[in-house]
Design a binder for this molecule. Structure first.
Ligand code: ZN
Length: 474
C-alpha cells in the first residue's frame, strides 16, 4: 500500500491515511439533491473524488465508496409543485439524469448509491436516540430539532461557534420557537397535503437534510469511518451537523478521521449561476467535447483549490491531450532503428523516474497538477529519443503500459483514438496529396486535404512527413 497524505479539514494539516481497520477504507461523499440537471460543479466534485478513489484502489486499499442521493428536500418539493408533477417522479427523473451523466464522465468507482428515502427507518432510529439522550426536542406542530448548545464540540470542524450558527437556517430549519438560532431540523412534521411523508413515533413527517447522511453512513459503516468528501461549501452547516448528530448518538469520537473538502468551480472567473447566464450543464459540455477533456481540466487543478472553466482553458486542454495522443501514436509505431544498449537503458531509466515521481506527487496530497507536470517532462524527453528512432518495441510497450496505468485512474486519454487504424483509402489520399505538393499543385493538394477532413481525418505536415489523425468531436 502506498503511503498517501491528504489535507484534512478536521486537523487543518496534511495527514497520512491510516485505515481504521487493515486495508479497508470506508469512504462517504455527499451526493446531489435531485431536483435539476447536473452541472460542471457536480462534475468537478464527483470526477476528482472518482479519480482519488481509483488511486486509493490502485494503491492497494480496499475502498468502499458510498454516496447518498438526497431525494426528499424543500427544493425538490418546490420544483415538483412548480412543474405540477409528483415529488417522487421528479426526484427519480433527476436521479436518473445524474447517474447517466456520471456514467458519461466515467465516474464508475461508487460502490453504492443510497437513496435517502430508502433509509427512513434508520433516520427515525437516529432521531429517536437523539431525543432519548436529550440532544433533540420537539416543537409542537413543527418538528424535532437538534439542540446545538447540548453538544460541547459544536463547531470543531468548521471553526464556528454556536453563536455564529445562524447561517444554518434554511427553510426547513426555520422556526420561531427554536431554543438556539442554529438549531436544525431532524424531522419535519407534515405541513401540506402534497408533501411526501412517513409515519414515525414523533408524528407523520419527513427527514431533515443532515440526518439522512449519518443514518446512511451508520447503516453501512457504523458510528466511525475513514473518509468523508464533498465540496467546500458543505462544511457548514451540513458537515458540522453530521458530526453533532453522530458523535452525540454514539459517544465515539471522531465520526470521521479524514475530511476532504474540494475547491469551488468558477466560469470565466465568476461563480457559476443561472442569473449570470454562465451556468454550464454536463450535457452541454459533452455535446462539444469528449468527456476526457473535462476530466483532464479537473485534474490539472489541485483538488482542494479553486478551479476556473473558460474557453481558453479548454483550448489548452485540447492541445495538451492531443500532444499526449500524438506522442502515444509515435510510441505505437516506434521501430527503434537506432536502438542501442545504452539507449535502452536510458529510456528505461526515464520511465522509472517518471513513474516514481508521478506517484510521489500523487501521494503528497493527491497533487495532480504536479504529477502531470512530471508526465509532460517525460513526454518531452521521450520524444527526443523517438525522434532519434532509439525507442524499440519493447520500451515502447513499457511506455504504453505506464500511460494505460495512468488512464485507468484518470480516464483522460482516448486509447481507441490512438489505436484506430488509418483506412487505406485515407492513406492513398495522403499519398496523392504528397505527390501534388511535390509538383507544387497547391490547389489540388488543398482539395485533397478537404476531402480527407470530410472523411473524418486531419493531417499535419511535419519535418518527418505527414501525420494523420482522426478528428475528435471538436
Ligand atoms: Zn451530505
Amino acid at each position: 500500500m502506498n503511503n498517501i497524505e491528504i489535507y484534512n479539514t478536521l486537523t487543518q494539516r496534511k495527514d497520512l491515511i491510516k485505515p481504521i481497520k487493515g486495508k479497508k477504507l470506508n469512504f462517504f461523499i455527499c451526493g446531489p439533491t435531485v431536483y435539476d440537471y447536473s452541472h460542471l460543479g457536480h462534475a468537478r466534485t464527483y470526477v476528482i473524488f472518482d479519480s482519488f478513489v481509483k488511486y486509493l484502489k490502485f494503491s492497494g486499499y480496499d475502498v468502499f465508496y458510498l454516496q447518498n442521493i438526497t431525494d426528499i428536500d424543500d427544493k425538490i418539493i418546490a420544483r415538483a409543485r412548480e412543474k405540477k408533477v409528483p415529488v417522487k417522479d421528479l426526484a427519480i427523473a433527476f436521479e436518473k439524469e445524474y447517474l447517466n451523466r456520471m456514467k458519461a464522465l466515467k465516474v464508475n468507482s461508487v460502490n453504492k448509491y443510497a437513496r435517502a428515502t430508502n433509509y427512513i427507518k434508520e433516520i427515525i432510529s437516529q432521531v429517536k436516540r437523539l431525543m432519548d439522550k436529550g440532544y433533540a426536542y420537539k416543537i409542537e406542530g413543527d418538528g424535532i430539532y437538534y439542540n446545538i448548545s447540548k453538544f460541547k464540540d459544536y463547531g470543531k470542524l468548521s471553526g464556528r461557534t454556536a453563536l455564529q450558527a445562524e447561517d444554518a437556517i434554511s427553510r426547513i430549519d426555520y422556526s420561531k420557537d427554536k431554543k438556539n438560532r442554529g438549531d436544525f431540523c431532524l424531522w419535519k412534521f407534515k405541513q401540506e397535503s402534497e408533501e411526501p411523508s412517513w409515519p414515525s413515533p414523533f408524528g407523520e413527517g419527513r427527514p431533515g437534510w443532515h440526518i439522512e447522511d449519518t443514518a446512511i453512513t451508520e447503516k453501512f459503516f457504523g458510528a466511525q469511518y475513514d473518509i468523508h468528501g464533498a465540496a467546500r461549501d458543505l462544511i457548514f452547516p451540513h458537515h458540522e451537523a453530521e458530526v453533532s448528530q453522530m458523535e452525540a448518538i454514539s459517544g465515539k469520537v471522531p465520526m470521521v478521521k479524514y475530511w476532504m473538502h474540494g475547491g469551488f468551480l468558477t466560469v470565466n472567473g465568476q461563480k457559476m449561476s443561472k442569473s449570470l447566464g454562465n451556468f454550464i450543464l454536463i450535457d452541454d459540455f459533452l455535446r462539444r467535447y469528449p468527456y476526457q477533456y473535462l476530466r483532464f481540466l479537473i485534474v490539472k487543478n489541485l483538488w482542494s483549490s479553486p478551479m476556473d472553466y473558460s474557453e481558453s482553458a479548454m483550448i489548452e486542454v485540447k492541445a495538451t491531450i492531443e500532444k499526449i495522443e500524438d506522442f502515444l501514436r509515435k510510441v505505437k509505431s516506434a521501430k527503434g532503428k537506432n536502438s542501442t544498449k545504452d539507449k535502452k537503458a536510458e529510456i528505461k531509466k526515464l520511465i522509472e523516474n517518471a513513474k516514481t515521481n508521478f506517484y510521489k506527487e500523487l501521494n503528497d496530497d493527491f497533487n495532480t497538477p504536479k504529477a502531470f507536470a512530471v508526465i509532460f517532462e517525460f513526454v518531452k524527453e521521450a520524444n527526443k529519443l523517438l525522434e532519434e528512432e532509439a525507442v524499440s518495441g519493447k520500451e515502447a510497450g513499457l511506455i504504453n503500459k505506464f500511460f494505460e496505468e495512468i488512464n485507468n485512474i484518470f480516464e483522460i486519454i482516448d486509447f481507441k483514438n490512438i489505436k484506430k487504424a488509418i483506412p487505406s483509402s485515407i492513406k492513398k489520399l495522403v499519398k496523392q496529396r504528397e505527390d501534388c505538393r511535390k509538383n507544387q499543385d497547391w490547389q489540388k493538394s488543398d482539395e485533397i486535404r478537404a476531402e480527407i477532413e470530410r472523411q473524418g481525418y486531419r493531417i499535419e505536415d511535419t519535418k518527418d512527413g505527414t501525420l494523420i489523425k482522426p478528428i475528435t468531436n471538436l
